[in-house]
Design a protein around this ligand. Structure first.
Ligand code: GLY
Length: 393
């Protein structure tokens, strides 16, 4: 007798299991590479980001926006395997970036501190991690401008933008929601909600795609410019930006229960999944409007963010949500077969074929640490769904 459902569940379990086995092997190799570099360069470079043009591992200082992802990768390895080796490494790499809690020169606080200390707190309940998160949230809200109703994203390119807010900034709100839960101080929650509402109002086009950069007049709050920085053009749809929006509004729904956020998240998902330029394997090109499609680079990082967000969004949509979990499964199946690095190659990164910033020819078709981070997060979410456990706790 044949049991298709049981067979299917066993195959799915194998996907997650074998993906983590692969991730462990690659990450052990990466730790050796990091040790080697540390012997040559000292300890200032704290986290891996990508592979440099000369083929070396590209490491970054703690103020780089990507510095929290590698500690996060280590926490996810610990979460899945429960192996203390990964916990010890996660603790070590997390502590390397603690000073960022005082860095008010960027909006990237959530990426840095929540992916590292946030996961650490969730998995260890270490009270010090909680203090770091609260301090970081207090630093981040200094960038909020009440006239605009948003957190300023960048301080660079001041000649171009008076008060730039990028769609990516939605990702940093999770840290603020959590800080209110931890302290009872609603300031953080209020800033997060104002930022999400302003983004909802100004970042989206009629077709539910989003601009990358909206620049505001900091006195009046009027929109001055609708631009891109990493996309093909001001009117194009940069793939990772769409994924940040999907993830960001889904996460905001989790904390607020505001249906408008969930509706926007689903509209973004439909924009991506129904797009004429979305490839059959659901790993998007770096921009949905890139002019040379199908001869353009993919962005595995956008696919990984999208998969993780789709798993969560699906849980809020009842029966309809199953379709989104299926799309996420398709992405994970594609990434885990056609976008994984062979063992012992690519300096230990897990995924290949991501694109950071094509217009400036920077990090094109390379491994990127945030692709690895969201891929492991998506795998853990898939595993939780299959075991009927809550996705976020
Ligand atoms: N947040 C920067 C990026 O997505 O490239």
């Amino acid at each position: 007798m044949f049991f298709p459902l049981l067979f299917c569940q066993a195959t799915e379990k194998k996907t997650v299991e074998s993906a983590f086995l692969h991730a462990e092997k690659q990450t052990k190799y990466m730790l050796e590479e990091i040790d080697e570099l540390e012997k040559q360069n000292g300890k200032e470079l704290v986290s891996p980001r990508s592979i440099a043009e000369d083929g070396n591992l590209k490491m970054v200082v703690s103020r780089d926006w990507t510095s929290g992802f590698y500690p996060g990768v280590l926490w996810y390895l610990y979460e899945y395997t429960q192996n203390d080796f990964w916990k010890q490494k996660a603790v070590e790499f997390t502590s390397n970036i603690e000073r960022e809690k005082w860095n008010a020169t960027t909006h990237d606080m959530g990426f840095k501190i929540y992916c590292s200390f946030g996961n650490g707190l969730r998995l260890t309940k270490n009270a010090h991690y909680k203090d770091v998160i609260i301090e970081s949230a207090a630093t981040l809200v200094k960038r909020f401008n009440p006239n605009v109703g948003a957190i300023r994203s960048w301080d660079h390119n001041k000649d171009k933008w008076d008060f730039p807010v990028i769609i990516d900034n939605m990702m940093n709100l999770e840290l603020l929601f959590e800080a209110t839960k931890m302290t009872g101080d609603s300031t953080y929650y209020d800033v997060a909600v104002a930022h999400a509402n302003t983004t909802l109002k100004n970042h989206f086009r009629k077709d539910n795609s989003s601009f990358h950069v909206i620049s505001y007049d900091p006195e009046t709050g009027e929109v001055e410019k609708r631009n891109t920085h990493q996309g093909y053009g001001h009117q194009s749809s940069w793939s990772r930006g769409q994924a940040w929006g999907l993830y960001g509004f889904t996460m905001c729904y989790r904390y607020t229960g505001n249906e408008a956020y969930l509706k926007q998240a689903e509209k973004i998902a439909r924009f991506m999944l129904d797009h004429r330029n979305m490839p059959a394997d659901l790993v998007p090109y770096w921009d949905y409007d890139a002019p040379g499609i199908p001869n353009e680079e993919r962005d595995a990082s956008a696919a990984a963010v999208m998969a993780s967000a789709l798993y969560e969004m699906g849980t809020y949509l009842g029966k309809r949500g199953e379709l989104y979990a299926k799309s996420a499964d398709k992405i994970i199946s594609s990434l885990s077969t056609d976008y994984v690095s062979p063992i012992g190659e690519n300096k230990g990164f897990i995924l290949i074929h991501s694109t950071g910033a094509k217009p400036s020819n920077n990090e094109v078709d390379v491994p990127l640490i945030y692709a690895d981070y969201y891929y492991l997060e998506a795998l853990i979410r898939k595993d939780r769904l299959e075991n009927q456990r809550p996705l976020t706790e």
